[in-house]
Each structure stands twice: as C-alpha cells, then as structure tokens.
Design a protein around this ligand. Sequence first.
Ligand code: PMP
Length: 315
Amino acid sequence: MAKSAPFVWLDGKLVSWEQATMHVATECVLRGENVFEGIRAYWSEAEQELFLFRHADHIARLRQGAKIMRMTIPYSDTEIEAASLELIRACGYSGQVHYRPVAYFDMGNLTDYLPSEIRTGMFILAFSMPTTKAVHEGVASCVSTWRRNSDLASPSRIKAGSNYHNSRLAYIDARLNGFQIPILLNEAGKVAEGPGACFMMVRHGKLITPPVTADILESITRETLIELARAELGLEVIERDIDRTELYICDEAFFCGSGHEVTPINSVDRYEVGDGKPGPLTRRIQKLYFDVVSGAVPQYRHWLRPVLGGAARAS
Ligand code: PMP
C-alpha cells in the first residue's frame, strides 16, 4: 500500500511529498547506504498534546550507527529535533505519528566515505500510524530459515537501510508459509530478534530477552521495557541467550519496538504460546508502556518531548 504525507523534510527544508525525490545514482538508492531511526509520537487525549517518545535516545543511536559506518551527519541534535518538530507540525497530525530521520550517502563510489569524498544528506519522513490490530490480537510467529545478520558481516547494531534486506527475506518467507512475523536466529543458532522488533518471553514469571550481543538492534523499546518491568512491575528481567526449543515451551512471548510497540506472540511454528492468546503479563506490560508513552506516568515524563506546546511557546 503506497504511503503518502503532506510534507517531507529533505536536506534542510520542507518540501511537498511529490518534490521529495533523489537521484537513482546515489549510494542511498543503489546500495541502501543510509542509517535511520523509526520513532513514534504519541497523542495524549488528556493533555491534547503530541509527545515524541525518547527522541534524544533514538538520535544517539542514529549517531552510533553512523559512527560505525564512518558517516558524518551534517546536522546537530538540536537541528534534527527542530526539523522533526517542524515536519510533524506542518503535517498537522494529531493522532499517533511514526517519523523516520534518515542520514544517507549521496552520489559517489563504494569506497567513498569521507565528507570531502561524498556528501551526506538527511531527510525525515512522518506518517500517521495508529496502533495495529496485531498489538491487540497477537500474531502467529515462526522460526525463520534465514539467519539474522552477523556482527561480523552486516552488523544488526547499525540501523542501516541495507540490513532490511535480511528482514524482508525473512518476512516474505514467513508470510508465504502462513505466518505473520518471524523470529530470526543468529549464526550461533540462538534467538536474535524479529525483522523489525526485539523479542521477549516469559518463563516461570521471569522476563527473558536476548542480550545486545546476540546480533540484535540495541532497541530503545527493549531498554524501556526492561526498566519498566523491573521498576514498576517488580519483575526479574534476565538478558541471556534463548534456545529455539524454549520458544515452544515459554508461557508468554512478544515482540517490542517503536513500530510494533508490544505485539503479543500467540504461537511459534504452530506451537501455542501459553493458551494461544496474549498472556496476562504481556497485557500488563502493554498497558504500562502505553501509559508511559502518552505521559500518564509522571516519573517517565523525561522521555517525552511535547510537539504542540513547544510550537505555542516558540511563537
Ligand atoms: N530490531 C529491529 C531489526 C528493528 O528494526 C527495530 C525497530 N527499530 C527494533 C529491533 C526495535 O528497536 P526500537 O525499540 O528502538 O524501535
């Protein structure tokens, strides 16, 4: 389904959706040479305000990926935040928003990476994106026959556009086989993550998730849920390797990410997870997450950046 938005922020200014084009010979188009973020802004009905969720942490991760790629992003954190706010306000969204700052390599050669050799540009996309049905109902998952990108080849730690070739292969395979979202194992055969989200499971009342060294993206949502589960729900959270067979006997499981939020997993390889419905702890974690992102939990307000109040103050 083709997406559209009123505006795109491209290399320093807002342009219309139709004007947001790029030459076919750029490294970005040819080889997927970019690093990006997917961030949500949440609408608070109580405050009639839109909040960016953990924007600064996402931009820190963007810079981390860019550093590994030896890419110099030509905008400061303040400029990227201002550009994101300008775009979201201009688009006039009031419900949930998903926005995507992307730093990209312009025209050049595979071997060019210095700012003097290749221009690095930036664009930001923003879409209206309500919570999906899958978050409410859960999904049928499977173990993918594809392996997650290894840190030794195409590090999953970098949120690079080109890494999503791996995700796409896994997605297509899963869909053709009647599943919704696959789980990828890493090259060591341990659970890594989903194609666009991290993985968590509940066993014996404990929350278990693969470590950041398991060929996963260092997910902001994963980090958020680990903190919330410990501090607010008193849960023991363990970061350790997960075997494939544990997927078949766990009590609850879910994907987590800015896009997927907290998406329950009802089955893996047609083994029911628990009773085949979103589990009670998963539901509590979901509720807490949605309360925090919409500003209802005072001690986590530092993760939020108001979009519309900021505009009122600035004018
Ligand atoms: N893993 C992958 C491969 C992803 O694309 C995402 C989504 N950005 C995540 C994990 C979750 O990361 P985050 O919680 O920071 O959105």
